[in-house]
Ligand binder design. Structure first.
Ligand SMILES: [Zn+2]
Length: 474
């Protein structure tokens, strides 16, 4: 042994008391260190444990809150249905207006609840719609899942997966589906649960996969999503001006495939048309504008041709880019140039588009644009240059939070023309078909303030303002 502690002191057969003491102290210290290490390891593991415990507790509470949120959303819808039912009864007693063109009171209630939710929670109307749909499915067909959510046994993400899958099942299959899927929800993460739900749903769905595919086909479309730094997704990450240019061209091609048939005049939803171009089989599939846009994209990429009819060939996109005069002159520091539907872009791109690209129409933000801003009460129709000006000013539908591009919207007289509203820039605003109807058929009202600001008032009495995309001079 080489340890100095266990070696007797030189010249002594027994241990020196001082050495002995030092030895004992060392042993005690070593044992203490061991003990401390053990204690601190124990503490560390119990601290981790305590943290995890607290996190799990948070999740349980979040689930309870999510359950309460679902209940409230559903109650809001039921309340809106009551209000709209009463209003419909009053209206039908008061007037004999044709009910055919009107939304029925349940649809109005859903739209109205969705608009109230979107504004109050500051979410998109798509998010509000999906919250309403999930709340309805969970509250009416999935009582066991709701119970598990209230108990914190599943999270909202699990309940959403179950509700989305159940939503596409007929009502009579939902209880069985719920019974089969819930044990997985309590044991797996939402992503695994989704795969499991897909398998179960396929097994339990009474409709053939072919029929469901035909249904899903009706939802085909092309989407463009703006992202930062002058880029946008058209399911390919592209410079924003190319993505928007391509999207606009696809839309124009899709519109040209309507063969002059105006779906709106026929009283159909925007873009619905009866056939697939010249010589179409009258019994053939009906394509919406969205469907034709998706078809045009696929045709162009796969075969390089748009349609057997040849329609759509030679169509160029036309996209507006607003360039402040000073930017065009090469001076920086002023207001940024704006790409219609996207937002600010860098000066160099703006100058290049304004100077060279034939499919981009430049609009100068100059005090003397020469745009006719008002035709007063003489004309109902909005002159083309004012239309363009308003399209750029609004950018999108002017309902708070709606992102439908102004190019796909109607121009609405804020104060109805037949009620004395003028065809003026400050009495016109873009509304998508959906919000146009919301304005005319529900309790939502709107006034236009200076600078193109719209002030909306919800049936609940809450007010929301909607700013124009661009405050142009004039
Ligand atoms: Zn809208």
């Amino acid at each position: 042994m080489t340890s100095p502690i266990e070696t007797p002191a030189p010249g002594q057969g027994h241990c020196d008391p001082d050495v002995r003491r030092a030895f004992d102290e060392l042993i005690a210290a070593a044992q203490f260190d061991e003990l401390t290490a053990e204690i601190s390891a124990g503490l560390a593991s119990s601290r981790t444990d305590a943290l995890l415990e607290a996190l799990v507790e948070c999740e349980v509470r979040a689930s309870r809150i999510a359950a309460r949120r679902i209940e409230l959303v559903h109650e809001l819808r039921v309340e809106q249905e009551r209000i709209e039912r009463e209003r419909a009864e009053r209206d039908s007693a008061a007037s004999s207006a044709s009910a055919a063109a009107q939304w029925d009171s349940r649809l109005i209630a859903r739209r109205s609840a969705s608009a109230e939710l979107a504004c109050a929670l500051r979410v998109t109307s798509r998010t509000a719609d999906s919250l309403l749909a999930r709340a309805a499915t969970l509250m009416t067909s999935l009582p066991v899942t709701m119970e598990a959510l209230r108990d914190g046994r599943v999270a909202f993400a699990h309940a959403a997966v179950i509700s989305d899958a159940a939503d596409s099942l007929p009502a009579e299959s939902r209880a069985e589906f719920e019974r089969a899927i819930l044990p997985s929800a309590e044991a797996q993460n939402p992503s695994r649960l989704k795969s499991r739900a897909r398998v179960l749903r396929e097994r339990m769905h009474p409709e053939s996969i072919a029929a469901r595919r035909a249904e899903a086909m009706a939802t085909r479309d092309v989407f463009v999503d703006p992202v930062a730094d002058g880029m946008a997704w058209l399911s390919a990450l592209l410079p924003a001006e190319k993505a928007y240019g391509a999207y606009r061209r696809l839309t124009l091609i899709a519109e040209s495939l309507e063969d002059g048939h105006d779906a709106r005049e026929a009283g159909l939803e925007p873009g619905l048309e009866p056939g697939r171009g010249p010589g179409a089989d009258p019994g053939a599939e009906r394509r919406t504008l969205a469907n034709r846009r998706a078809d045009a994209l696929a045709d162009l990429l796969i075969t390089g041709e748009i349609d057997a009819s040849g329609l759509g060939v030679g169509i160029r996109a036309e996209v507006h880019v607003t360039v402040p005069v000073m930017t065009l002159l090469g001076q920086s520091g002023g207001a940024p140039a704006t790409l219609e539907g996207y937002g600010p872009i860098d000066d160099d791109t703006a100058r290049r588009l304004a100077a060279t690209a034939p499919s981009f129409t430049r609009l100068l933000t100059h005090p003397e644009t020469g745009v006719v801003l008002s035709v007063g009460r003489d004309r109902y129709r909005v002159p083309a240059d004012l239309q363009t000006w308003l399209r750029v000013r609004d950018g999108t539908c002017r309902f708070p939070g709606c992102a439908r591009a102004a190019a796909r919207c109607d121009l609405d007289h804020t104060r109805d023309w037949q009620h004395g509203g003028a065809t003026d820039h400050d009495n016109l605003a873009h509304m998508c078909r959906h919000h146009h109807r919301l304005k005319h058929q529900t309790g939502w009202t709107v006034v236009q303030e200076a600078g193109g600001v719209l002030r909306w008032r919800a049936p609940s009495g809450r007010t929301y303002s909607s700013e124009p995309a661009l405050a142009l001079t004039g």
